[in-house]
Write a protein that binds this ligand. Structure first.
Ligand code: NAD
Length: 443
């Protein structure tokens, strides 16, 4: 099949590459000329495990192409995916300007005799597919039958995006058109050969499914974050609670790890957008409001550990920060909790040297000389008063503690990801604070 993907970011590049991998001819379109030129030259623009290999192969075999021209990109395509940003607008609702802008352009380009399925892959509020259809029609003439708009929300997780895309738990497709349904079924069949379902539904339900999924996960993680706070107050260990409840199949063992609050390009904006959508229909979605509060507090809860240890006097202190990305295996720093921690430290007179295996380039672009960056995880520690862990990259899990100890001025670790065993840290003589577990006082 011939496919166009409009928007070549995290979702667009992964989707386009994976569609090419199953034999389709894919043209990815982006307005960012620099990005398109890099991709054309074979340079991958995001870090995502496993992506580079299939990107390079499909580019070489001519199944994957890149352009800045919408007209050229969609010319031969029978399916057009919209993988465009939907950032929060001023009132918290998803801003549809990118989606509707492209829809208006498509209205001018679609031809009455050339049927295309237009697929919304971005996360968008209920009713968007109707808006997209209306916008296309407002800008085109005689094209009522030339297209269908389908909602196909994306559930991939950054850091495991290729695997998730190639073998999805489920594919959700919202459409009321039989013709579009058949096209989408054919496209996705190679991805669900192991029997996972393609779930067809109406457009509105598909749009809401995506928000419900992300909001539910945000509720789950926020619940555990609050349990962790309570554990500290009551002298319980959150690791035990996690194991004790995660074995109940109704709860499940995934997504029960407390931390320093969720971040990323999706949860914060999607929870906010669903809350706003609820307000728009005069419904106060109380759990979502609580989740947003809890998440903001959780970051402060972690920061307060550092503040309390130093009695609110951070001036002149030097910190090493391990992990900048909002989660491991990605270079994405959008809404990364590490940045809030760093901002606090710097605003209060401390200096920071950071290390992240993939995300440093992105932080450098934003932070310039605000902090220093180290070549390696141990180099970041030299002369620091404490180590602060913000992202659970695998290489941080079993470090050489003797090296940490030798490089730090004092054996102090604040761990926002609960990477280490408290008994081991005690035996090593570290002052060690994590989330929802006892404080190890050190020597
Ligand atoms: P992104 O910011 O990484 O990528 C968006 C791309 O669209 C950018 O490259 C940008 O240059 C391009 N763009 C903007 N306007 C354009 C236009 N008029 N024409 C062509 N290209 C244009 O965003 P993303 O993370 O890929 O997210 C895209 C959508 O998918 C969002 O709605 C997001 O909520 C949703 N989503 C994201 C993830 C994720 O993990 N990132 C997962 C599921 C769903």
């Amino acid at each position: 099949m011939k496919i166009a993907v409009v928007g070549t970011g995290y979702v667009g590049l992964v989707s386009g590459t994976c569609f090419a991998e199953t034999g389709n001819h894919v043209t990815c379109i982006d307005i960012d000329e620099q990005k398109v030129n890099k991709l054309k030259a074979g340079e991958i623009t995001i870090y995502e495990p496993g992506l580079e290999k299939i990107f390079t192969r499909n580019l070489k075999e001519g199944r994957l192409r890149f352009t800045t021209s919408l007209a050229e990109g969609i010319k031969d395509a029978s399916i057009i995916f919209l993988a465009l940003p939907t950032p929060p607008g001023e009132d918290g609702s998803a801003d549809l300007k990118y989606i509707l802008g492209v829809a208006a352009d498509l209205g001018k380009l679609l031809q009455p005799s050339d049927y295309k399925v237009i697929v919304d892959k971005s996360t968008v509020p209920v009713g968007t597919s109707e808006k997209v259809r209306a916008t296309i029609l407002a800008d085109g003439t005689g094209i009522e039958a030339a297209f269908d708009v389908v909602s196909n929300p994306e559930f991939l997780r950054e850091g495991a995006a290729v695997e998730d895309f190639m073998k999805p738990d489920r594919v959700v497709i919202g459409t009321s058109s039989e013709k579009a349904r058949k096209t989408m079924q054919r496209l996705y069949e190679p991805f669900v050969r192991q029997g996972n379902p393609i779930i067809f539904m109406d457009e509105r339900s598909a749009e809401l499914t995506k928000y419900a999924a992300n909001s539910f996960l945000a509720v789950k993680i926020s619940f555990m974050n609050e349990i962790a706070v309570l554990c500290e107050k009551l002298g319980a260990n959150v690791d035990m609670i996690r194991r004790g409840i995660g074995t109940d199949f109704r709860i499940g063992k995934h997504f029960l790890y407390p931390g320093l609050g969720y971040g990323g390009s999706c949860f914060p904006k999607d929870v906010q957008a669903l809350s706003k959508s609820s307000i728009d229909v005069s419904y106060d979605f109380k759990i979502l409001n609580a989740v947003m509060d809890v998440n903001a507090l959780q970051k402060q809860f972690f920061i307060s550990k550092i503040r309390n240890y130093y009695k609110d006097d951070l001036a002149g202190k030097k910190f090493a920060v391990w992990g900048l990305a909002f989660k491991p295996n990605t270079d994405d720093i959008r809404e990364a909790p590490a940045l809030e921690v760093i901002d606090y430290l710097v605003e209060n007179g401390a200096t920071v040297t950071a290390f992240d295996p993939e995300a440093m380039e992105n932080v450098k672009k934003e932070y310039k000389n605000k902090i220093s960056f180290a070549e390696g995880q141990y180099e970041a520690l030299t002369g620091a008063d404490a180590l602060i862990i913000c992202t659970e990259w695998n290489e941080f899990r079993t470090p050489e503690f003797e090296k940490i100890s030798a490089a730090l001025v004092k054996n102090v670790i604040f761990d926002g990801r609960n990477l280490y065993d408290t008994d081991i840290m005690e035996s090593l003589g570290f002052y060690y604070e994590s989330i929802g577990r006892r404080i190890v006082q050190g020597q």
